[in-house]
Design a protein around this ligand. Structure first.
Ligand code: SF4
Length: 676
């Protein structure tokens, strides 16, 4: 009976929510803490929050009803937490403020100090897994009758604080409990802790089937924070949770996240995959499952992919193909040849696969990154490329790493993570690489150009061109590099567009000194209106001007011809011309769009797209007819936006972002189907 007096706890995993959002996950992390605490016979009252406005309103209505505010801290809610904690403290100065989560450099006193400087109202930070440590803290707080000084004798060293007067870090002096035994943790789903969130259509369920990651990639918080063997939850509990979620979730996307770092690393994950398939077959509850697969792909991953093939993609992330860089970041990929074999097998099974790469990793020059990109393209797989993010709590963001590799960074605001709640205005930044000892600012500008073309060729509208190039043995990434460097031959319209992209990409970066956490409502609105995904926005600008698009089409044909002349003089020139026509046929004339039209080509395109290979092998004796159609609903969204703004590029961009989850390219790409 250690909770000697009532202490109502507000447990929050805050996020920037909007009413039209259906992609935020339920607060699983804090629900685990709640379920753990509630096991006690005299457990305190706990309220779980995800929506900042709900927390704001609850505290404003009765500030003194809460004895403790506990916030989960990550890069996407750091400033939101600062703002909410400040507001709660101002209304209830006696409240005990606790935080936890990987977004802290706990490896140095300096890192802990800087976190406490950012949160002047913070009393305790829980490092590592929270269930047992937070429970120990709650117990100690109550037993010490909120006398903070006496708490330190009763809590483990993984709980830290800061003496602001002496400027010293405080640490618990009690024994630490170590990693949790996942099999002994109560389920937040089965205990009902997440019912209210499953009932709310804005939230996507997320489940942990295991904890820990045996790898320790330097850029990743996950590895740095858990860095341990994989610890499974009970299989029966996981299966029962899936049944429970399926029966209760109201999320219209029918999505599910699996939070494990390496799903498929355990043999029993096959059984979980079968259960997912079975439940989806019976109820349709899990149509989109987001999984981070074990990066050392093996037969079990192939088996799981075969079971879940219509419900998920298989990520086979490499991050870099440079062995020296892999060593620096502490990562080991499977040999390149083995990736290729897995891709082919998975493709043969109809499984969608993709690979992630990071540019700007320490030790990686621009040329070595682009060489790796070319090799990745040879494997005929979807590729996502990200800049190196310096996430607090990762080894790469530590002072030592920054100094050793002369890492320079800047910050950019994340428009998706902005919002106003009562009088609070908030926005988040991400810290991105600008340069290091082998990568200059000029390299950054060049890689952004290459990646604009990468984005362009990843759009389904240029799918025919990519397929054609693959069939001819031409490397698409090498062509992207060629286009990025082909400045002298670019038409003026395209050149202006690329210069605008370059300027905007540089302007969105701000120095650390300019980063702030309080925003006015007007500033939040301005960020939302003006901050855009530069690649998507500039692509939309390209599509929205008939003249610019025409000159781009002519330029692309000529550039491809010049590229082929040096790489593949025997490439099929007739097919090349046809394929360019086919790509541009799929682009409507914005802003005055026809909803559909018919086209005729001398190719069996359906068979070509299924089988791949040389386009010439699918030439037919006569022309076949194809219907090109645009979705009326999506088109009406564009028209509505265009009527309001009169800016076709911006309207196209906004319409595209409206459908960012479900087939966004359907906004500006005719769907092509054979007639007859
Ligand atoms: S990137 Fe993946 S494998 Fe590497 S540490 Fe993070 S979770 Fe583990």
């Amino acid at each position: 009976m250690y909770y000697k007096r009532v202490m109502k706890i507000a447990l929050a995993d805050l996020t920037y929510l909007s009413n039209d959002d259906a992609a935020q996950t339920v607060p699983l992390n804090v629900a685990y803490l709640a379920a753990y605490l509630r096991q006690e016979a005299d457990a305190p009252e706990i309220e779980i929050f995800k929506d900042p406005l709900r927390l704001y309103n609850a505290v404003s209505a009765d500030p003194r009803s809460y004895g403790c505010l506990a916030l989960s801290n990550y890069a996407w809610n750091f400033n939101l937490n600062r703002n909410l904690m400040e507001m709660v403290r101002s209304k209830n100065p006696a409240i005990i403020a606790v935080m936890g989560g990987p977004n802290i450099d706990a490896s140095s006193e300096e890192g802990i100090e800087s976190l406490f400087d950012a949160f002047p109202g913070l009393d305790f930070y829980v490092i590592g897994e929270g269930e047992q440590r937070f429970a120990a803290l709650a117990r100690a707080v109550v037993e010490s009758r909120t006398n903070v000084r006496r708490v330190w004798e009763r809590v483990p060293e993984t709980i830290v604080g800061f003496d602001r007067r002496k400027r010293t870090v405080l640490r618990g002096r009690g024994p630490d409990t170590g990693h949790c035994d996942c099999k002994a943790l109560p389920s937040p789903y089965l205990s009902g802790a997440l019912d209210a969130f499953l009932d709310d259509p804005r939230f996507v369920p997320i489940i942990e089937t295991s904890r820990g990651c045996p790898y320790s990639c330097a850029f990743c918080c996950w590895g740095s924070s858990t860095n341990s063997r994989v610890r499974p939850f009970r299989t029966e509990t996981v299966l029962a949770e899936l049944e429970y979620i399926s029966a209760r979730t109201k999320n219209p996307m029918k999505s599910l996240y699996i939070a494990d770092s390496n799903f498929g690393i355990l043999k029993r994950d096959i059984e979980i995959a079968r259960k997912l398939k079975e439940i989806n077959g019976a109820t349709g509850s899990f149509r989109n499952i987001c999984i981070y697969f074990n990066k050392n792909t093996d037969e079990d991953i192939v088996a799981i992919a075969g079971i879940l093939k219509d419900l998920t993609d298989v990520t086979m992330s490499k991050q870099t193909l440079n062995p020296e860089v892999l060593k620096i970041i502490g990562r080991k990929n499977i040999p390149e040849g083995e990736y290729g074999r897995f891709y082919s097998r998975l493709r043969g099974m109809g499984v969608s696969t993709y690979c992630e790469l990071i540019y700007g990793l320490p030790g990686e020059s621009l040329e070595s990154f682009l060489d790796g990109l070319e090799r990745a393209y040879e494997e005929n797989i979807r590729i996502s490329v990200y800049p190196l993010l310096l996430i607090t709590g990762t080894r790469i963001a530590s002072k030592g790493f920054r100094e050793r590799y002369r890492i320079r960074s800047a910050f950019r605001v994340m428009p998706r993570y902005t919002g106003t709640y009562g009088e609070i205005g908030s926005a988040e930044y991400e810290e991105v690489i600008v340069s290091h000892s082998k990568f200059s600012r000029a390299d950054l500008a060049r890689v952004r150009l290459v990646l604009f073309f990468h984005y362009l060729f990843s759009e389904p509208v240029f799918g025919d061109l990519v397929l054609f190039m693959r069939g001819e043995g031409l490397n698409v990434a090498a062509f992207m590099r060629f286009l990025a460097d082909d400045r002298a031959d670019r038409p003026a319209g395209l050149e202006a567009l690329l210069r605008s992209l370059e300027r905007a990409s540089a302007e969105e970066l701000v120095a650390k000194e300019a980063v702030k956490f309080r925003f006015t409502r007007a500033e939040v609105n301005e960020i939302r209106e003006k901050s855009v995904d530069q690649n998507v926005f500039h692509f939309c600008k390209l599509l929205s001007s008939k003249g610019r698009l025409e000159s781009f089409k002519g330029y692309l044909s000529g550039a491809l011809e010049r590229f082929c002349a040096s790489r593949s003089p025997d490439a099929d020139r007739e097919g090349m011309g046809d394929v360019i026509e086919m790509c541009f046929d799929r682009l409507p004339d914005f802003p005055h769009v026809e909803t559909g039209k018919r086209v005729r080509y001398p190719y069996d395109l359906e068979s070509w797209m299924r089988k791949g290979g040389n386009l010439s092998g699918f030439r037919t004796g006569k022309k076949l007819e194809y219907a090109l159609e645009l979705d009326e609903g999506r088109l009406s969204v564009f028209r509505g936006l265009y009527e309001e703004s009169g800016d076709a590029g911006l309207s196209l961009y906004r319409a595209r972002m409206t459908f960012r989850v479900s087939e966004p390219s359907g906004v500006y790409t005719y769907r092509r189907t054979p007639v007859g």
